[in-house]
Design a binder for this molecule. Structure first.
Ligand code: AMP
Ligand code: MG
Length: 413
Protein backbone atom coordinates (compact mmCIF):
# COMPACT_ATOMS: atom_id res chain seq x y z
CA UNK A 1 0.00 0.00 0.00
CA UNK A 2 1.29 3.47 -0.86
CA UNK A 3 2.34 5.81 1.93
CA UNK A 4 0.59 9.14 2.19
CA UNK A 5 3.47 10.95 0.49
CA UNK A 6 3.57 8.46 -2.38
CA UNK A 7 -0.18 8.54 -2.80
CA UNK A 8 -0.25 12.33 -2.79
CA UNK A 9 2.51 12.39 -5.38
CA UNK A 10 0.44 10.05 -7.58
CA UNK A 11 -2.47 12.43 -7.33
CA UNK A 12 -0.46 15.60 -7.89
CA UNK A 13 1.22 14.30 -11.03
CA UNK A 14 -2.21 13.65 -12.55
CA UNK A 15 -3.68 17.08 -11.91
CA UNK A 16 -4.66 18.66 -15.24
CA UNK A 17 -2.76 21.73 -16.43
CA UNK A 18 -3.98 24.99 -14.91
CA UNK A 19 -6.15 26.94 -17.33
CA UNK A 20 -5.91 30.72 -17.60
CA UNK A 21 -9.03 32.89 -17.65
CA UNK A 22 -9.61 36.63 -17.72
CA UNK A 23 -11.49 38.07 -14.78
CA UNK A 24 -12.34 41.57 -13.60
CA UNK A 25 -9.75 42.94 -11.15
CA UNK A 26 -11.76 42.32 -8.02
CA UNK A 27 -12.53 38.74 -8.99
CA UNK A 28 -8.82 38.00 -9.01
CA UNK A 29 -8.35 38.26 -5.25
CA UNK A 30 -6.89 35.08 -3.79
CA UNK A 31 -6.09 33.65 -7.23
CA UNK A 32 -2.79 32.96 -8.94
CA UNK A 33 -1.61 35.34 -11.65
CA UNK A 34 -1.28 33.62 -15.04
CA UNK A 35 0.93 36.24 -16.73
CA UNK A 36 3.59 38.70 -15.65
CA UNK A 37 2.45 42.27 -15.12
CA UNK A 38 4.75 44.90 -16.57
CA UNK A 39 4.71 48.56 -15.54
CA UNK A 40 3.07 50.66 -18.27
CA UNK A 41 4.66 53.80 -16.83
CA UNK A 42 7.32 54.96 -14.39
CA UNK A 43 6.41 55.16 -10.74
CA UNK A 44 6.18 57.85 -9.63
CA UNK A 45 5.21 58.93 -13.12
CA UNK A 46 6.60 62.45 -12.52
CA UNK A 47 8.97 64.16 -10.07
CA UNK A 48 6.72 64.33 -7.03
CA UNK A 49 6.57 66.19 -3.75
CA UNK A 50 6.23 64.08 -0.59
CA UNK A 51 5.03 66.99 1.53
CA UNK A 52 3.13 70.27 1.63
CA UNK A 53 5.58 73.15 1.47
CA UNK A 54 7.68 75.20 -0.97
CA UNK A 55 9.52 73.94 -4.01
CA UNK A 56 12.88 75.69 -4.23
CA UNK A 57 16.35 75.61 -5.75
CA UNK A 58 18.44 74.07 -2.97
CA UNK A 59 21.35 76.38 -3.78
CA UNK A 60 19.12 79.30 -2.69
CA UNK A 61 18.56 77.76 0.74
CA UNK A 62 22.05 76.66 1.75
CA UNK A 63 21.73 78.88 4.77
CA UNK A 64 18.59 80.00 6.58
CA UNK A 65 16.55 81.98 7.28
CA UNK A 66 16.13 83.23 3.74
CA UNK A 67 13.34 85.05 1.99
CA UNK A 68 12.06 83.90 -1.41
CA UNK A 69 9.52 85.22 -3.89
CA UNK A 70 6.45 82.98 -4.27
CA UNK A 71 5.58 82.77 -7.97
CA UNK A 72 2.63 80.38 -7.82
CA UNK A 73 0.96 77.34 -6.36
CA UNK A 74 0.80 73.74 -7.60
CA UNK A 75 -1.70 71.29 -6.15
CA UNK A 76 -1.82 67.50 -6.70
CA UNK A 77 -3.16 66.94 -10.19
CA UNK A 78 -2.37 70.49 -11.22
CA UNK A 79 -1.09 70.89 -14.78
CA UNK A 80 0.60 74.24 -14.24
CA UNK A 81 4.38 74.14 -13.97
CA UNK A 82 5.78 77.60 -13.20
CA UNK A 83 9.54 77.58 -13.64
CA UNK A 84 11.48 78.32 -10.45
CA UNK A 85 14.36 80.76 -10.97
CA UNK A 86 16.96 82.17 -8.59
CA UNK A 87 15.37 83.58 -5.45
CA UNK A 88 11.98 82.06 -6.19
CA UNK A 89 9.73 79.39 -4.68
CA UNK A 90 6.45 77.67 -5.58
CA UNK A 91 3.87 76.77 -2.97
CA UNK A 92 3.37 73.01 -3.45
CA UNK A 93 1.06 70.31 -2.09
CA UNK A 94 1.73 66.63 -1.34
CA UNK A 95 1.57 64.56 -4.50
CA UNK A 96 2.01 67.51 -6.85
CA UNK A 97 4.63 67.55 -9.61
CA UNK A 98 7.73 69.51 -8.58
CA UNK A 99 8.02 72.38 -11.08
CA UNK A 100 11.04 72.78 -13.34
CA UNK A 101 14.01 74.55 -11.80
CA UNK A 102 13.19 73.31 -8.30
CA UNK A 103 15.24 70.44 -6.88
CA UNK A 104 13.93 70.30 -3.30
CA UNK A 105 10.85 71.00 -1.23
CA UNK A 106 10.93 72.56 2.20
CA UNK A 107 8.06 71.38 4.37
CA UNK A 108 5.48 73.97 5.37
CA UNK A 109 6.31 73.59 9.08
CA UNK A 110 9.79 74.94 8.39
CA UNK A 111 8.58 78.07 6.59
CA UNK A 112 6.74 81.26 7.46
CA UNK A 113 4.40 82.85 5.00
CA UNK A 114 4.86 86.59 4.56
CA UNK A 115 1.78 87.44 2.53
CA UNK A 116 0.82 85.93 -0.82
CA UNK A 117 4.09 86.74 -2.57
CA UNK A 118 6.79 86.07 0.00
CA UNK A 119 7.90 83.20 2.16
CA UNK A 120 10.64 82.85 4.71
CA UNK A 121 12.46 79.51 4.78
CA UNK A 122 13.45 78.89 8.37
CA UNK A 123 15.84 75.98 7.79
CA UNK A 124 18.20 75.04 4.95
CA UNK A 125 17.30 72.25 2.51
CA UNK A 126 19.53 69.88 0.59
CA UNK A 127 19.12 68.85 -3.02
CA UNK A 128 16.41 66.20 -3.43
CA UNK A 129 14.83 66.81 -0.03
CA UNK A 130 11.18 65.65 0.08
CA UNK A 131 11.19 64.94 -3.64
CA UNK A 132 10.64 61.54 -5.26
CA UNK A 133 12.45 61.30 -8.59
CA UNK A 134 10.43 60.12 -11.58
CA UNK A 135 10.68 56.33 -11.78
CA UNK A 136 12.54 55.90 -8.50
CA UNK A 137 10.19 53.12 -7.39
CA UNK A 138 9.52 51.37 -10.68
CA UNK A 139 10.65 51.96 -14.26
CA UNK A 140 8.33 51.55 -17.19
CA UNK A 141 8.82 48.02 -18.51
CA UNK A 142 9.81 46.53 -15.15
CA UNK A 143 7.99 43.36 -14.11
CA UNK A 144 6.00 44.33 -11.04
CA UNK A 145 4.22 40.99 -10.52
CA UNK A 146 5.62 37.71 -11.79
CA UNK A 147 3.46 34.96 -13.21
CA UNK A 148 2.48 32.68 -10.34
CA UNK A 149 2.07 35.46 -7.79
CA UNK A 150 -0.76 34.85 -5.37
CA UNK A 151 -2.97 37.91 -5.53
CA UNK A 152 -3.63 39.41 -2.11
CA UNK A 153 -4.89 42.83 -1.18
CA UNK A 154 -1.56 44.59 -1.83
CA UNK A 155 -1.25 42.92 -5.25
CA UNK A 156 -4.77 44.14 -6.04
CA UNK A 157 -3.48 47.67 -5.48
CA UNK A 158 -0.45 47.02 -7.68
CA UNK A 159 -2.67 45.69 -10.48
CA UNK A 160 -4.83 48.79 -10.21
CA UNK A 161 -1.77 51.06 -10.28
CA UNK A 162 -0.75 49.63 -13.63
CA UNK A 163 -4.16 49.70 -15.23
CA UNK A 164 -5.05 46.02 -14.99
CA UNK A 165 -8.85 46.34 -14.84
CA UNK A 166 -8.95 42.74 -16.01
CA UNK A 167 -6.48 40.11 -14.98
CA UNK A 168 -5.54 36.68 -16.26
CA UNK A 169 -5.58 34.15 -13.43
CA UNK A 170 -5.75 30.38 -13.27
CA UNK A 171 -9.29 29.08 -13.24
CA UNK A 172 -10.82 27.20 -10.35
CA UNK A 173 -12.08 23.78 -11.43
CA UNK A 174 -15.84 23.39 -11.43
CA UNK A 175 -16.96 20.80 -8.91
CA UNK A 176 -19.73 18.23 -8.56
CA UNK A 177 -20.28 16.79 -5.08
CA UNK A 178 -22.01 13.41 -5.44
CA UNK A 179 -23.14 11.78 -2.20
CA UNK A 180 -24.04 8.09 -2.34
CA UNK A 181 -25.84 5.73 0.03
CA UNK A 182 -29.31 4.21 0.43
CA UNK A 183 -29.39 5.34 4.04
CA UNK A 184 -28.56 8.99 3.37
CA UNK A 185 -31.43 11.47 3.66
CA UNK A 186 -31.53 15.18 3.03
CA UNK A 187 -30.96 17.71 5.78
CA UNK A 188 -34.61 18.75 6.06
CA UNK A 189 -35.73 15.20 6.84
CA UNK A 190 -35.93 13.53 10.21
CA UNK A 191 -34.01 10.30 9.64
CA UNK A 192 -36.12 7.14 9.99
CA UNK A 193 -34.65 4.06 11.61
CA UNK A 194 -31.36 3.17 9.93
CA UNK A 195 -31.06 6.48 8.13
CA UNK A 196 -28.37 9.15 8.39
CA UNK A 197 -28.59 12.78 7.36
CA UNK A 198 -26.39 13.87 4.51
CA UNK A 199 -23.60 15.77 6.20
CA UNK A 200 -20.80 15.01 3.75
CA UNK A 201 -22.29 16.85 0.81
CA UNK A 202 -22.46 19.97 2.92
CA UNK A 203 -19.07 19.78 4.58
CA UNK A 204 -17.47 19.01 1.21
CA UNK A 205 -19.29 21.96 -0.31
CA UNK A 206 -17.94 24.13 2.54
CA UNK A 207 -14.40 22.87 2.08
CA UNK A 208 -14.62 23.66 -1.62
CA UNK A 209 -16.01 27.07 -0.83
CA UNK A 210 -13.06 27.81 1.46
CA UNK A 211 -10.78 27.09 -1.48
CA UNK A 212 -12.70 29.51 -3.64
CA UNK A 213 -14.62 26.82 -5.53
CA UNK A 214 -18.32 26.90 -6.12
CA UNK A 215 -19.41 23.27 -5.84
CA UNK A 216 -22.69 21.91 -7.18
CA UNK A 217 -24.24 19.37 -4.84
CA UNK A 218 -26.00 16.47 -6.55
CA UNK A 219 -28.98 14.65 -5.04
CA UNK A 220 -28.04 11.52 -3.10
CA UNK A 221 -27.38 8.56 -5.37
CA UNK A 222 -28.80 5.27 -4.07
CA UNK A 223 -26.56 2.19 -3.81
CA UNK A 224 -27.33 0.90 -7.26
CA UNK A 225 -24.75 0.25 -10.00
CA UNK A 226 -26.67 1.89 -12.86
CA UNK A 227 -27.74 4.90 -10.81
CA UNK A 228 -24.18 5.40 -9.59
CA UNK A 229 -22.86 5.21 -13.14
CA UNK A 230 -25.53 7.66 -14.26
CA UNK A 231 -24.51 10.12 -11.54
CA UNK A 232 -20.86 9.85 -12.54
CA UNK A 233 -21.79 10.43 -16.16
CA UNK A 234 -23.72 13.57 -15.14
CA UNK A 235 -20.75 14.58 -13.04
CA UNK A 236 -18.61 14.93 -16.16
CA UNK A 237 -20.27 18.27 -16.77
CA UNK A 238 -17.81 19.40 -14.10
CA UNK A 239 -14.01 19.33 -13.92
CA UNK A 240 -13.74 17.79 -10.49
CA UNK A 241 -16.02 15.02 -9.20
CA UNK A 242 -16.17 14.36 -5.48
CA UNK A 243 -18.13 11.25 -4.60
CA UNK A 244 -18.70 10.29 -1.02
CA UNK A 245 -19.38 6.78 0.23
CA UNK A 246 -19.49 3.52 -1.63
CA UNK A 247 -15.74 3.04 -1.90
CA UNK A 248 -15.27 0.35 0.76
CA UNK A 249 -15.26 -3.36 0.15
CA UNK A 250 -18.94 -3.69 1.04
CA UNK A 251 -21.40 -5.55 -1.13
CA UNK A 252 -23.19 -2.32 -2.04
CA UNK A 253 -20.16 -0.21 -2.77
CA UNK A 254 -20.47 0.56 -6.46
CA UNK A 255 -18.34 3.65 -6.95
CA UNK A 256 -15.22 1.85 -8.16
CA UNK A 257 -17.20 -0.19 -10.69
CA UNK A 258 -19.18 2.81 -11.90
CA UNK A 259 -16.02 4.83 -12.46
CA UNK A 260 -14.39 2.02 -14.40
CA UNK A 261 -17.47 1.60 -16.59
CA UNK A 262 -17.44 5.33 -17.29
CA UNK A 263 -13.90 5.07 -18.58
CA UNK A 264 -12.13 6.57 -15.59
CA UNK A 265 -8.51 5.54 -15.24
CA UNK A 266 -8.27 4.74 -11.54
CA UNK A 267 -4.70 5.20 -10.37
CA UNK A 268 -5.17 5.11 -6.61
CA UNK A 269 -7.29 2.67 -4.61
CA UNK A 270 -6.12 3.21 -1.09
CA UNK A 271 -3.38 4.78 0.99
CA UNK A 272 -1.77 3.77 4.27
CA UNK A 273 -3.40 6.52 6.29
CA UNK A 274 -5.83 6.83 9.12
CA UNK A 275 -8.54 7.97 8.74
CA UNK A 276 -9.38 7.28 5.13
CA UNK A 277 -7.77 4.08 3.94
CA UNK A 278 -10.25 3.48 1.14
CA UNK A 279 -9.95 6.38 -1.29
CA UNK A 280 -10.35 6.05 -5.02
CA UNK A 281 -8.78 8.58 -7.32
CA UNK A 282 -8.90 8.57 -11.10
CA UNK A 283 -8.72 10.72 -14.15
CA UNK A 284 -10.65 10.84 -17.37
CA UNK A 285 -9.61 13.45 -19.94
CA UNK A 286 -9.31 16.68 -18.01
CA UNK A 287 -11.54 15.46 -15.20
CA UNK A 288 -10.23 14.42 -11.84
CA UNK A 289 -12.43 12.07 -9.83
CA UNK A 290 -12.22 11.35 -6.12
CA UNK A 291 -14.21 8.62 -4.40
CA UNK A 292 -13.96 9.68 -0.78
CA UNK A 293 -14.87 7.46 2.17
CA UNK A 294 -18.41 7.84 3.52
CA UNK A 295 -17.54 8.33 7.14
CA UNK A 296 -17.83 12.07 7.76
CA UNK A 297 -14.45 12.53 9.44
CA UNK A 298 -12.70 10.38 6.84
CA UNK A 299 -14.35 12.30 4.01
CA UNK A 300 -13.30 15.58 5.57
CA UNK A 301 -9.72 14.56 6.28
CA UNK A 302 -9.12 12.92 2.89
CA UNK A 303 -10.40 16.07 1.25
CA UNK A 304 -7.82 18.07 3.18
CA UNK A 305 -5.01 15.60 2.53
CA UNK A 306 -5.63 14.93 -1.16
CA UNK A 307 -8.27 17.13 -2.74
CA UNK A 308 -6.99 20.43 -1.35
CA UNK A 309 -3.42 19.96 -2.61
CA UNK A 310 -4.73 18.77 -5.99
CA UNK A 311 -7.10 21.71 -6.36
CA UNK A 312 -4.39 24.15 -5.33
CA UNK A 313 -2.08 22.78 -7.98
CA UNK A 314 -4.90 22.95 -10.51
CA UNK A 315 -5.33 26.63 -9.59
CA UNK A 316 -1.64 27.29 -10.12
CA UNK A 317 -0.50 27.55 -6.51
CA UNK A 318 3.07 26.50 -5.71
CA UNK A 319 2.35 25.55 -2.12
CA UNK A 320 -0.21 22.82 -1.63
CA UNK A 321 -1.78 24.65 1.24
CA UNK A 322 -1.30 22.26 4.14
CA UNK A 323 0.49 24.39 6.65
CA UNK A 324 2.53 22.49 9.20
CA UNK A 325 3.88 23.63 12.55
CA UNK A 326 5.63 21.99 15.47
CA UNK A 327 4.16 22.15 18.94
CA UNK A 328 4.30 20.63 22.36
CA UNK A 329 1.92 17.78 22.99
CA UNK A 330 -0.28 18.39 26.04
CA UNK A 331 -1.42 14.83 26.72
CA UNK A 332 -0.12 11.45 25.69
CA UNK A 333 -1.64 9.90 22.59
CA UNK A 334 -1.43 6.31 21.30
CA UNK A 335 -2.26 4.39 18.19
CA UNK A 336 -2.17 0.89 16.81
CA UNK A 337 0.86 1.16 14.49
CA UNK A 338 0.59 0.34 10.81
CA UNK A 339 -0.71 3.41 9.02
CA UNK A 340 0.21 7.07 9.24
CA UNK A 341 -2.28 8.54 11.66
CA UNK A 342 -3.68 12.05 11.30
CA UNK A 343 -4.94 12.49 14.82
CA UNK A 344 -7.43 15.23 15.51
CA UNK A 345 -6.19 17.97 17.77
CA UNK A 346 -6.51 21.53 18.85
CA UNK A 347 -3.40 23.57 18.42
CA UNK A 348 -3.11 26.93 20.05
CA UNK A 349 -0.42 29.52 20.51
CA UNK A 350 0.68 29.64 24.12
CA UNK A 351 2.75 32.83 24.00
CA UNK A 352 6.08 31.21 23.15
CA UNK A 353 5.13 27.96 21.43
CA UNK A 354 2.25 26.00 20.02
CA UNK A 355 0.51 23.61 22.36
CA UNK A 356 -1.23 20.63 20.87
CA UNK A 357 -4.14 18.96 22.58
CA UNK A 358 -5.38 15.65 21.13
CA UNK A 359 -9.15 15.41 20.91
CA UNK A 360 -11.04 12.50 22.34
CA UNK A 361 -13.19 11.01 19.65
CA UNK A 362 -15.33 7.97 19.05
CA UNK A 363 -13.85 7.43 15.60
CA UNK A 364 -14.28 8.44 11.99
CA UNK A 365 -18.01 8.96 12.25
CA UNK A 366 -17.67 11.34 15.20
CA UNK A 367 -17.99 14.63 13.36
CA UNK A 368 -19.10 16.50 16.46
CA UNK A 369 -15.80 15.79 18.21
CA UNK A 370 -13.96 16.50 14.98
CA UNK A 371 -15.61 19.88 14.63
CA UNK A 372 -13.59 21.01 17.65
CA UNK A 373 -10.32 20.15 15.93
CA UNK A 374 -8.29 22.80 14.14
CA UNK A 375 -5.36 20.58 13.28
CA UNK A 376 -4.12 17.04 12.78
CA UNK A 377 -1.17 15.55 14.64
CA UNK A 378 1.04 13.56 12.28
CA UNK A 379 1.78 10.22 13.87
CA UNK A 380 4.11 8.12 11.75
CA UNK A 381 3.01 4.58 10.93
CA UNK A 382 5.58 2.94 13.21
CA UNK A 383 4.99 5.18 16.22
CA UNK A 384 2.85 3.67 18.93
CA UNK A 385 2.90 6.44 21.48
CA UNK A 386 3.63 10.14 21.68
CA UNK A 387 4.34 11.39 25.21
CA UNK A 388 3.06 14.52 26.86
CA UNK A 389 5.68 17.26 26.50
CA UNK A 390 7.05 15.78 23.28
CA UNK A 391 7.38 17.97 20.20
CA UNK A 392 4.96 16.91 17.50
CA UNK A 393 4.23 18.07 13.98
CA UNK A 394 0.69 19.11 13.15
CA UNK A 395 -1.15 20.02 9.98
CA UNK A 396 -3.25 23.14 10.45
CA UNK A 397 -6.75 23.00 9.04
CA UNK A 398 -8.44 25.93 7.36
CA UNK A 399 -10.03 28.03 10.07
CA UNK A 400 -9.67 31.21 12.09
CA UNK A 401 -6.43 29.92 13.47
CA UNK A 402 -4.74 30.99 10.26
CA UNK A 403 -5.95 34.51 10.84
CA UNK A 404 -3.81 34.58 13.95
CA UNK A 405 -6.75 34.47 16.31
CA UNK A 406 -5.73 32.92 19.55
CA UNK A 407 -7.55 29.66 19.87
CA UNK A 408 -9.28 29.50 23.21
CA UNK A 409 -9.34 26.11 24.84
CA UNK A 410 -12.81 25.04 25.69
CA UNK A 411 -13.38 21.44 26.44
CA UNK A 412 -17.15 21.76 26.38
CA UNK A 413 -18.78 20.50 23.25
P1 AMP B 1 -19.66 3.94 3.03
O1 AMP B 1 -18.32 4.50 2.71
O2 AMP B 1 -20.67 4.16 1.98
O3 AMP B 1 -19.56 2.51 3.45
O4 AMP B 1 -20.17 4.73 4.29
C1 AMP B 1 -19.47 4.67 5.51
C2 AMP B 1 -20.26 5.35 6.60
O5 AMP B 1 -20.41 6.71 6.29
C3 AMP B 1 -21.68 4.81 6.77
O6 AMP B 1 -21.96 4.75 8.14
C4 AMP B 1 -22.53 5.86 6.09
O7 AMP B 1 -23.82 5.92 6.62
C5 AMP B 1 -21.76 7.11 6.34
N1 AMP B 1 -22.04 8.07 5.28
C6 AMP B 1 -21.95 7.82 3.97
N2 AMP B 1 -22.28 8.92 3.26
C7 AMP B 1 -22.59 9.88 4.15
C8 AMP B 1 -23.05 11.22 4.02
N3 AMP B 1 -23.21 11.78 2.84
N4 AMP B 1 -23.26 11.92 5.15
C9 AMP B 1 -23.07 11.35 6.36
N5 AMP B 1 -22.65 10.09 6.54
C10 AMP B 1 -22.43 9.34 5.45
MG1 MG C 1 -22.51 3.57 1.50
Amino acid sequence: MLTYEEALQEVLTRVPEPRAIRVPLRKSLGRVLAHPVVADHDLPPFKKSFVDGYAVRSQDVVTAPVELEVIGTVAAGSQSQPEVKAGQAVHIMTGAAVPPGADAVQMIEKTRSMGAEKVELLEPVVKGANVAAKGNEVRQGDTVLARGRVLGAAETGVLATFGQGEVEVYAAPTVAVIPTGDEIVQVEKKPAFGQIRNSNAHSLWAQCHQLGLDATVFPVTPDDPERTQEAVSQGFQYDLLLLSGGVSMGEYDYVHQALTKEGVNIFLHKAAIKPGKPIVVGRKGDHLIFGLPGNPVSAFVTFELFVRPAVRRWMGFQAHGLQRVWGELVTQTRQKPGRKFFKQARTFWAGDKFRVEPIETKGSADLVAFSRANSLIIMEADVECLQAGQRVEVVLLDNDFHEGNEYKTDSRR
